[in-house]
Write a protein that binds this ligand. Structure first.
Ligand code: SF4
Length: 293
């Protein structure tokens, strides 16, 4: 993998498109992702962004944004002012196009630096989005952040299967991510399990019961309607659908998502979100579940 250390102009990006209703800004401590060759990288929505990859294969490059914390400090006052006026709240999604808790974070500490800067200059809401149990490395920082900002942590757990034939292993095991969710919830962070993209689940009842014990809410996001193309065409060009079909053909259809939503609603009534609504914290009403079931 090609690794480079770079300088970034303004690390606070004003959101547009599908993220607009989720947060006022996104923040990427890295460009590219060293989990790109792991299971989540196979269907990763970010790989379709040619502006970001510049033609490089996903998982083959990582740019470390060395000055991310300094950039945050430099731009936060202006961006906060703009966000409160234009969007009603200064909220940050960290991260939408990379993983904040990559193994390289242990060496470079870019995400840590940004979180420390946020203690001095907090957003109104911070949403951490991760595929890694290493999110718990900074529990002490979250406890401090909770005193000055609203904190929501999204942990992606796409399936209960530790391996799916034909796909590489997870970057972080299912068991380790559930354990991380429990720790974050105990620490007081609003914790959300993002089943994104939804993969075949072996034992849905047990999976959502476990989610209800470990987190405050779940988001269920199918690649159809979730990957930014009509009818999931982008994802259909990857190896993901064939591997999903070999486990459970039904998982390729949107009805599979709806069936999982109905089960999840029983375990987390009023705390289930679908696709982008879930990422934005908009939950299906509990009474709708009662009607569906
Ligand atoms: S961790 Fe996130 S950004 Fe990185 S490959 Fe996986 S899904 Fe994509």
């Amino acid at each position: 993998m090609e690794l480079s250390v770079v300088q970034i102009g303004n690390v606070l990006t004003r959101t547009s498109g599908y993220l607009r209703t989720v947060s006022s800004h996104s923040l990427q401590p890295y460009r590219g992702c060293s989990f790109g060759r792991a299971l989540c990288g196979v269907g990763c929505y970010v790989q379709h962004n040619g502006h970001l990859t510049r033609g490089r294969p996903w998982g083959d490059f990582l740019e470390v944004r060395e000055n991310a914390a300094a950039s945050y400090r430099q731009h936060v006052a202006g961006e906060r002012r703009w966000a409160r006026a234009a969007r009603g709240q200064f909220s940050i999604f960290l991260s939408s196009a990379t993983e904040p808790f990559l193994p390289q974070e242990a060496r470079y500490g870019v995400t840590r630096g940004v979180l420390e800067a946020m203690l001095e200059e907090p957003p109104d809401l911070l949403i951490l989005q991760t595929h890694s149990h290493r999110v718990t490395d900074y529990l002490g920082l979250y406890e401090q952040l909770l005193r000055v900002a609203e904190l929501r942590v999204h942990i992606s757990i796409e399936t209960d299967r530790e391996r799916i034939a034909g796909l590489p292993p997870h970057a972080s095991s299912v068991a380790a991510r559930f354990a991380a969710a429990r720790l974050l919830k105990q620490a007081g962070a609003t914790t959300v399990i993002t089943v994104s993209p939804l993969l075949p689940i072996d034992e849905p009842e047990q999976f959502f019961a476990r989610a209800a014990e470990s987190a405050d809410a779940v988001v269920i996001d199918h690649f159809i309607g979730g990957d930014g193309s009509s009818n999931g065409e982008r994802t259909r060009r990857t190896e993901l659908p064939a591997a999903m079909a070999s486990v459970d053909e039904r998982s390729l259809r949107i009805e599979y998502r709806d069936a999982m939503v109905a089960i999840a609603q029983r375990y987390l009534p009023g705390r289930v979100g679908v696709n982008i609504d879930g990422f934005a914290g908009r939950w299906l009403p509990a009474k709708e579940a009662a009607t569906e079931l």
